[in-house]
Design a protein around this ligand. Structure first.
Ligand code: URA
Length: 282
């Protein structure tokens, strides 16, 4: 019988023929003392496991943070890695960093120019670099991509089904773009964009859901600004559609996804939790 309370327990190793060939003590680590998950109340977890799932490091590192008194829960230091808490929306401070746990992460980011959305960026840094380390470790994926030189609202998540819902063409999530064009935008251009233009990779026309001139003020009729709403997310779609009507994109900013507008107080490069996906879905 192995004694789990002596600070060490015995580990058996098997020879090639399956026989036991060695017995040696290994240090007790707390995971051996944890009650099985099945005995935890639904939606609850051990503190060290919560930190691990949030991206605060390997399991042992998370245990170490707790054992060293570096973790607060609801304002109190908790030094037992096996202490059990609700795993979602737990108010933590981890090594001085305030953190609210999110079992599934959904964040909005104000993407600045000069960042790539690719998971393996090349010439430019990836948008992941704008997120804090725990979220980087969790491998959040961008919900659709913005070009390196496009700015504005970008969502990122590690929730697979939600990612699918937000990117699937079947769900028709509208995206609004503020477009600065090289040449004046005419009503005829808007009409063509609304009717549909053919791009080089598909004979089926793509059409804008909305296309309107954005006039600098009520007295002027000439503008290089266009507000375009798209339901699809094809590669370079805005740039190619605008080129197809004889103009050229010089600046591109996404201001809205679904019902969610980029908050005015979210500066370029900043991110924020998005607690309710219903704020995005139409
Ligand atoms: N369409 C583009 O051409 N670029 C973007 O970044 C987004 C939409």
């Amino acid at each position: 019988m192995v004694d789990f309370h002596q600070g060490a327990f015995l580990q058996l190793a098997n020879g090639h023929d399956g026989s036991t060939i060695a017995v040696w003590p290994v240090p007790l680590i707390s995971s051996f003392t944890m009650p099985p998950r099945s005995r935890l109340p639904a939606g609850h977890e051990h503190l060290a496991q919560i930190l691990f799932a949030q991206g605060f490091g390997a399991r042992r590192e998370c245990e170490g943070l707790v054992l060293h008194g570096l973790v607060q829960v609801d304002g109190e230091v908790v030094d037992d890695p096996d202490a059990v808490f609700p795993e979602d929306r737990l108010e933590l401070v981890v090594d001085g960093q305030p953190w609210v746990s999110h079992v599934k992460a959904l964040v909005m980011l104000h993407k600045p120019a000069g960042y790539e959305c690719s998971l393996k960026p090349g010439a430019w840094p990836g948008v992941h670099n704008l997120l804090p380390v725990p979220l980087r470790r969790r491998g959040l994926q961008p919900v659709g991509r913005l070009d390196q030189d496009t700015t504005g609202l970008l969502l990122m998540t590690d929730d697979g089904p939600l990612l699918h819902k937000l990117t699937s063409p079947r769900h028709h999530v509208p995206k609004v773009y503020e477009v600065t064009c090289k040449h004046p935008v005419t009503q005829a251009m808007c009409d063509k964009l609304l009717k549909g233009v053919v791009l080089d990779d598909d004979p089926a026309p793509v059409r804008a859901d909305a296309a309107e001139l954005v006039l600098p003020d009520a007295t002027q009729s000439d503008t290089n600004h266009l507000r375009l709403t798209l339901l699809q997310g094809k590669y370079h779609q805005v740039k190619r559609m605008v080129a197809a009507v004889g103009n050229r994109v010089e600046g591109l900013h996404r201001s809205q996804i679904g019902r969610l507008s980029l908050p005015e107080d979210l500066a370029p490069g900043q991110w924020r939790w998005l607690d309710d996906p219903a704020l995005v879905l139409p």
